[in-house]
Structures are given as C-alpha cells and as structure tokens.
Write a protein that binds this ligand. Sequence first.
Ligand SMILES: *Cc1c(COP(=O)(O)O)cnc(C)c1O
Length: 590
Amino acid sequence: MSVKDPVCGMPLEPSKTQFTANFLSRQYYFDSEYCLSSFIEGTKIAYFSMEIGINTDMHTYSGGLGVLAGDVIRSSADLKIPLVALTLFSKKGFLKQKLTPDGWQMEFPNEWDPSKFMKLLPETVTVKIEGRDVRIGVWVYEQESLTGGTIPVLFLTTDIEGNVQEDKEITDFLYGGDEKYRLKQEIVLGIGGLRILDALKINVKKYHMNEGHSSLLTLELLKNSNLNADKVKNRCVFTTHTPVAAAFDKFSYDLVSEVLESEVPEEILKEFGGSDRLNMTLLALNLSKYTNGVTEAHMEYSRKLFPGYHIQEITNGVHSYTWTCLHFRKLFDKYIPRWANEPELLVRVDTIPEEELWEAHVKAKQDLLDFVHNSSGVQMDIDALTLGFARRATEYKRATMIFSDLDKLKEVKSQGKIQFIFAGKAHPKDELGKNLIKDIFAFKDRLKGEVEIVYLENYNMEMAGKLTSGVDVWLNTPMPPYEASGTSGMKAAHNGVINFSVLDGWWIEGCVEGLTGWAIGPFPDQVSDEQERRKREISDLYNKLEFLIIPKFYQQRDDWIDLMKNSIGKVAYYFNTHRMMQRYATDAYL
Ligand SMILES: *Cc1c(COP(=O)(O)O)cnc(C)c1O
C-alpha cells in the first residue's frame, strides 16, 4: 500500500520510508527531512468557525456558513495549504426537523457519534467561565485529499470528565440556548481554541476568524502580547459574512463580566469591542490587519456599516468535486481531465458533446426524483420543468415569493408543466421562518392537481447535493441586501443547473442575463424605491418563467443545453473554493 507525503505529494512505500512522524491523531510519512519538519514545525493558518460542514452525518453545521467552512477545508487539503481548523463539537447538532401534515416544524436533538469519524486526543486545556474552571477536550478529524494533503479539524468539547453537568452541555447545541449560552460557546471556541493550539504546540502564523463568533481569541492574543494591539492585528484575518448591523453578535458588558474572566482591562475591551455592548464583529475588525467581505456587494455594504475601515473582498465559492454529482464527475473526467483540482479548466466545457451532457443531467434528475419518491411518496414527472428552492427557512429568503399571485402562476403553467421541490429548516426561535414552511404547505394544497409541490424534511448536505444537481432551475429570491453571498446556486452551476435569482450576493457577479441564467428584478443600484423593486421582481419572476424559461426548456432544447454549458464554463469555473483559497493565500495569509 502506498501513501503520499502530505507536503510534496510524493507517493511513498511506508515500509521503505525513513522519515516518519506522529502528528495529532496519526502517523505520516515523508520523502525528506525538509517535508517532515515543514509539516510538523512549519507555520500554519488556524481557521476558526462556529460551524463546519465536513460530512452530512457529522451534525456540526446549520447552513451556508458551515458548508463554506467545510469547502475551505476540502480545498485546502487538495491544494496542500498548511491549515488547521477549529470548531465546536456540537454533540446534539443544530436540530432534526420533522414536519406535521400541515407543515408545522418540530425539532429534535440531532445527536451523532464522534467515535465513528475521529479520535479524542489526550490533551485538555481549561478556561474560566462564570468563575469555574471548565475543561476542554478535543476530537480530531483528518480531511485527506487524493493529492496527499491533509487538514486536521479540531472539534472542541466540554463533555469530558471533571466538568459539572451544566458545563458539559456547553458544546451540545449549535446556535442553541440563550445569549449566555452563546457567550460561553464563544469563550470555548475563541479562548479555548487558542489554548488548545498552544497545548498541541502548533506553530500558528495567522488566526483566521470565519465570522465574528471566534473573535474572543483576540483577547487571549492581547494578553499574551502585553496588550500590544499591533502585534495582534498582524496575526489576525477576519471574514465577515453579515450584511446588516442587526445580525451582529452583541453581548451586554454586564453579561460579559458575569461569564468571562479576562485579564484584558475593561476599558481596552470597550476600546476595541464597542462602548455600549461587546460587538463581536467590531472586535474582530479592530484587531485584524486583513478583513474581507464575501462578495463585491457585501464589501460595499460592510464599508458603509464601518466607515474608515479597510475592508476588502474575496468572493465565495464551493468545493467543485464535492458539489458535482456522480454523473457530471464522470463526464468531466472523460472530457476535462484534472478539472477536480483545477476547476478553472471547466472553461473548456464546450468539448463535451451535447447529448452526453443532457444524458448526465437526466440521470441526476432521475436520482433526485427517486430520492423524492422514497422520502415523500410523491412521484414527480421526469419530463416536467423542475424548480428547486432549498435553504434555511428564514424571512429574508422569501421562500413563498413564487406564490405571490396564484392566478398568474396558473397562467404561467399553461405554457408548460412546472413542478417545485422545497426544503429547509427554521431556527427553533424563528417563528416567521416556521410560518413560511406552513405557508408553503398551504399553497401546496391550494395548487393541488395543477402544480406539484413537495417539501422535503430535514435539509442537510446530502440533500443539498441531490437537489442542486437534479433540478432544472435553481430558484433564489432573497431580499437585498441580506444575502451576503449565498452558495447553493454555485453548486447548481457545477451540475449544469440554471440559476434564476434575485440580484443579491454572488449572483450580481455571476449573472449575465440570458447567457448564464436569468435575473429576478433589477441590479441594486438601478432602483432605490423598495415598492418599485418588489414590483419588478414579481413581474420578472412570472414573465421570464412564462416567456423565456418554459419555452426554452420545452421547445429549444439546444439553447437550453448552451445555457447549461455556460453555467459550468462561465460560472462554476470561477465560483469555487480552489480559486477562493488561492486568493486567501496570496491576499491574507502570506
Ligand atoms: C450550500 C448549503 C447551504 C447554503 O445555501 P444558500 O442558499 O446559499 O444559503 C445551506 N445549507 C446546506 C445544507 C447547504 O448544503
């Protein structure tokens, strides 16, 4: 059995290799002394994220932020970027969703078994929470790539011997509990995470905060550098993901002083974290040399929220191989070799014969419809234009926009059959989000016999893969400017699925009208009146469906296939995490 050197990628025979070392949970083999020392002692990027979507059966993610973090790790492994990731163990996950027959969401713990996927290290550290010493342990997952690259992912847990029950539960629920619970989790992630890296003797070059949840790590760095803020800044990178101020994590200083025991004096905390409340975004922003938004538009919004700060941008992506379905992987392997580790080669999509591209799509669609049948009992029509809409069920995503005018929708459907597949979980405390699911169930009843609609239960990464590869059109109707980026449309593009979306987040950069897909409503700077924007969105939604999308799908299949090729060659080739991580490496890490 041969293995690969994780630094240079050289294939090696373990029994004949003289350079070998243990690192975290396993043994590695190296081609040379140089590779060995660079792997063990070389500097690394420590990537902190409250949620990470590594595997559909490890319930440590809730949505786009976590799936993006997972894609960061997958691309870093392929590209052999020296990175180590940290997140919370989230023993009981975000939630398991069950829906009553009328669409009311019920939530259950989504427990999972870490021992199937990773190893618990012997090292522990402690942090002070509410005056108690809380012990933190760490599970290690190794993300291995075919290139030999390996990225360790550290899952921090307080569910270990020596902690009182209340403290054992700190790492139970992702985004669960109240404000105090959240603050405790952020202490474990930021401060505990930093201490774990020290305990494991990992030589960190930069600390990358994926969203503000981990920004308490800056306090630990301040303490360790005698409050020298410049030194801290030089080592911190911050990626903000939130386009509106109301969504920033903020804690009252009363709560902070009750829960957190910091050696950083309060006036310094207030200087960097805000005078009235501790604002985690502001704290990260003030103590990072490099800060970026996740799309061009999001950078603009962020600059308006924080005037005077140098906020840059790196547009998000998805991990190409992960989000390309089996049938398209085969096709790309045949016609575009090396695409998986060089997704920019997808620009050569025109070398794929049209019939084979269509055939791959039909197979992916059949897989999805089988999945729908198995999970809901509904048999959908393989020949019907199928639209997908799956994302967190929360107000700004406007999942019911397509049902704004049912008479109009019936008129649209007289041009050609259409069917819809929905999925998505609402946060347990998001009543409006839960009501949206209920509303979709009500529309489903009202349209019975005219438009087939299915709502799939318990949206997760596996289902996201099936949906974004198996539908014909990926629908997205967020309320600008709330969608900082969005990534599910990029997954769709990798499978030749056409985007039909509001111009917000990434689609402002991805949309070339009629060529890479279609826009719903105007560009953000074209209209300032909200009512006018809404009117144009609704009219685009129905008119484009009726006069452009349905006729093209049913009557101009060759043109449709050209659009599919453009999704791959003009969208997926760019909107991937390989390109994104190369940008982080050159702009933020080096
Ligand atoms: C990709 C993905 C998301 C992100 O979807 P958006 O529509 O871009 O917000 C959310 N949840 C899961 C499970 C995903 O795979």
